[in-house]
Structure formats: structure tokens, C-alpha cells
Design a protein around this ligand. Structure first.
Ligand SMILES: [Fe+2]
Length: 419
């Protein structure tokens, strides 16, 4: 095999190694260093460096170097003119131009390169943009560089240039994604604050149910968490709880604030609110699924006797079933114009009687488990804190909660709640 063929094979092998190196995920600077050493090795070049061109700084940041001693301790300035000239020479630079660029480079950076020689400067250009430069010293053999050598070096340099360019693109995409995420989170925070403001507005209209919407949101959150819902879904159900009665905004104020139980006409007016809520919420693009449906179906019942659509069992979305229970619990545990709040024992008895017909057993059991865990102290007191201002001796309902669980839960879940 003659020398040229050997060299050609060597170059192909270096190119293949370089391709693999660039394609491999991992530390970018490390990849660049390895690639550069492959390039030096391909022609047994003793010293050199590869630097990324930072356009904003007007400087070269060197990421790999060999045999240059203390010459490259920091970035080296590269004027815009110089960068423009290098980029116009491009990847197909001639040997003579690469030599001239080396001389200019040494002239511009006399201090840094007082004791070392650079023979060639190869610009790394991708899509007519200067990405970086490769500085190269002499060959170990002392022979002069040939046009063939330059072809080899240019091919390897192009690979490195493309590697740097791709890395920059990925960086840029990651940066944009992070920025989008920040914007999205900002919007989400605004959305949540707006929802809270809406909840407060709904509750202000109804002077007998102050704080109802916010409490329903919080009870719904506690239940959904106990049911093992994902964080995102729990956030969604909390919002649905806040907004479930938003349809009351269109119900006649005199009906809402009537001090007596509703007559048939008033009840009909009042029963418009779930569907009205759905209509209000539907045109809004919510960051969570099914918020309008949860408002629409929060007065449906498992037996199909609810409103507005008379849905039955599994036809009712799970979120709406949770809001239904949270809504009823808050309604029964707060004073209403026509009745005082019910004793907790009566509330739980109501749950027991209506589970399966009005309430979903799974939701009732999750509620009981969360309640019991708070009483036992194995869970933060959230439900108890919401109730505390109205009730004392809450712990006394432990047997009733266990009774509900044993009646409606399957054995395994009841056992785990009792442990
Ligand atoms: Fe309602």
C-alpha cells in the first residue's frame, strides 16, 4: 500500500471516528477536545487549538489546545472585520490563505503567541457564518503542509464546525423552551389568580355562602389527592371547585339571596346555574381538562335523578363526582338562611344514605380516608382546619367514618385506612 493510500485510509478512519464522536450525546467540550485531537493525530501535528467564535463578545473562546503552553489562558479578541474576512474565505480556504491568516493572527496576538508558531488558520464556517477557528502548528516530521493535507484538515474541520453549530442550535432551542416554560408558568399563575378572583366574586353575590367556592375547591383537592390523582389533575379539580357555581352569576339575585327555601319557580331559576356555568367556561381555554364539564355536571346524581342532563353512574365525569361531594359537604357544614349547619354525625349519615344513589362510593371512601388520616395525624390537617371554625370535637366521628368505609370500600382499602 503506498503512502497516499495509507493516508487516505487514515483520514477516512479519522472522519468516521469524528462522526461518531460528534453524534454521541454527552459533554460538548469533551467531544470537541477529542475531535480536535483526532484532527491533530491525522497528520501528526504537534500543536494547535480550536476556538469557538462568540460573536456577541467579539472573541474566540478556546475549548481545546495542545502544545500551546500558556498562550491561551483566556478568550482572544477577534475584530468583526477579521471575522468577516475569515468567514468569506470559508471552508475551502487555500493553503496560501491559511498561511497568511496565521501570520495575521500572530501579528494581532503578539503577546499571547510570543514563543509559539502557528502555521495555518482554518476558519470553521457553517452557512456562511463564522463558527470558530482551528489554529495549527507544524507537522511532527517538519515537512511542509501540502494541498492534500489541507483537504484532509478541511474535511475534519468541517465536521467540527458542524458539531459546534448543532450544539449551538440545541442550546438555543433549550433556551427558548425554558423561556416558553417560564412564560407558560406566568400565564398559569395569572389564570389561577383570576380564578380565585372569580370564586370570590361568585361568593360575594351569594351572601349566605361566603367562602363556599374556595372551600369546595379545597375539599375537591383533598379528595382527588387521596384518590391518587396526578398533580396536574389535582390542580384542575381545585380550579373546577372554585368555579363550579360560576353560573350563579346569571341567576336572579333575589332568588340567590332568598331567605327561605326555594319555591318551584325559584328552584327552576336556580337549577340553570350548572349549564350556565358550562356556557361561561366553555369558550375559555383552560390549562386543565374538563373544567366546564365539571361545572355542568356537579348536580348530577349516580341514579340519574340529577340535573341538568340526568346523567347516570359512569356517564358523569369523575371530577364532577368529586365536586358534587365537596359541594354537598360544604353546604351541610355551613349555616344556610333556612337552616343551621348540620351536626357532623348527620352529615356522614346523609353520605351513608345517599352513597350509590347521589354520591359515588369511591369518592365517598376517598373523602373518609383523607378525613381519618387527618384525625390520626398521618396527614396535614387541611380538612379539619376548614371545619374547625364551625365544629369542635371533630375526632368523635372516627367510628362513623370507619363504618362508611366498611360499608362502601373494598376490604383492602378499608384495612389500609385503619392502619
Ligand atoms: Fe351548584
Amino acid at each position: 500500500m503506498d503512502t497516499n493510500t495509507q493516508r487516505l485510509l487514515h483520514t477516512f478512519s479519522a472522519l468516521a471516528d469524528l462522526g461518531q464522536e460528534i453524534a454521541a450525546a454527552g459533554d460538548f467540550d469533551e467531544m470537541l477536545r477529542t475531535s480536535f485531537h483526532l484532527l491533530l493525530g491525522s497528520l501528526a501535528i504537534r500543536r494547535g487549538a480550536v476556538g469557538e467564535y462568540e460573536r456577541d463578545l467579539g472573541a474566540l473562546r478556546f475549548v481545546a489546545a495542545r502544545g500551546l503552553g500558556e498562550s491561551l489562558t483566556g478568550p482572544l479578541a477577534l475584530s468583526t472585520d477579521h471575522a468577516r474576512r475569515l468567514s468569506s474565505l470559508g471552508s475551502s480556504i487555500s493553503l496560501a490563505d491559511a498561511g497568511k491568516e496565521a501570520e495575521r493572527f500572530l501579528e494581532d496576538h503578539k503577546d499571547a503567541f510570543a514563543s509559539v508558531e502557528i502555521d495555518l488558520v482554518l476558519p470553521l464556517v457553517v452557512r456562511e457564518e463564522l463558527i470558530g477557528v482551528v489554529l495549527l502548528g507544524e507537522k511532527a516530521t517538519g515537512e511542509k503542509f501540502t494541498d492534500e493535507d489541507l483537504e484532509v484538515l478541511s474535511a475534519l474541520s468541517r465536521h467540527i464546525g458542524v458539531g459546534i453549530h448543532s450544539h449551538r442550535l440545541i442550546d438555543e432551542v433549550e433556551h427558548k423552551a425554558a423561556e416558553n416554560l417560564r412564560l407558560y408558568e406566568g400565564l398559569r399563575a395569572i389564570y389561577k389568580e383570576t380564578v380565585r378572583a372569580f370564586a370570590a366574586a361568585i361568593d360575594i353575590k351569594d351572601r349566605y355562602t361566603q367562602g363556599h367556592s374556595v372551600r369546595v375547591g379545597k375539599y375537591s383537592e383533598i379528595i382527588a389527592r387521596e384518590m391518587g390523582w396526578a398533580d396536574e389533575e389535582v390542580e384542575g379539580i381545585t380550579i373546577a371547585g372554585y368555579l363550579h357555581d360560576i353560573g350563579k352569576l346569571i341567576v336572579d339575585l333575589s332568588v340567590i339571596n332568598s331567605p327561605d327555601r326555594f319555591n318551584a319557580k325559584e328552584q327552576k331559576e336556580m337549577n340553570r346555574h350548572p349549564y350556565a356555568g358550562y356556557e361561561i367556561l366553555s369558550p375559555i381555554s383552560h390549562p386543565y381538562a374538563d373544567i366546564p364539564l365539571m361545572a355542568r355536571y356537579h348536580h348530577e346524581r349516580m341514579d340519574g335523578n340529577g340535573y341538568p342532563d340526568g346523567l347516570k353512574g359512569d356517564q358523569i365525569p369523575p371530577g364532577a363526582k368529586i365536586v358534587t361531594l365537596a359541594d354537598s359537604f360544604d353546604a351541610m357544614t355551613t349555616d344556610r338562611p333556612y337552616r343551621k349547619k348540620l351536626p357532623l354525625e348527620d352529615v356522614l349519615e346523609d353520605f351513608r344514605v345517599n352513597t350509590g344513589t347521589q354520591f359515588d362510593p369511591e369518592v365517598v371512601c376517598a373523602f373518609c380516608r383523607a378525613f381519618l388520616k387527618e384525625i390520626e395525624g398521618s396527614k396535614e390537617r387541611r380538612l379539619l382546619n376548614l371545619l374547625n371554625r364551625n365544629y369542635s370535637n371533630i375526632e368523635s366521628v372516627t367510628p362513623l367514618l370507619n363504618k362508611l368505609l366498611s360499608e362502601f370500600d373494598d376490604g383492602a382499602i378499608a384495612a389500609s385506612a385503619n392502619n
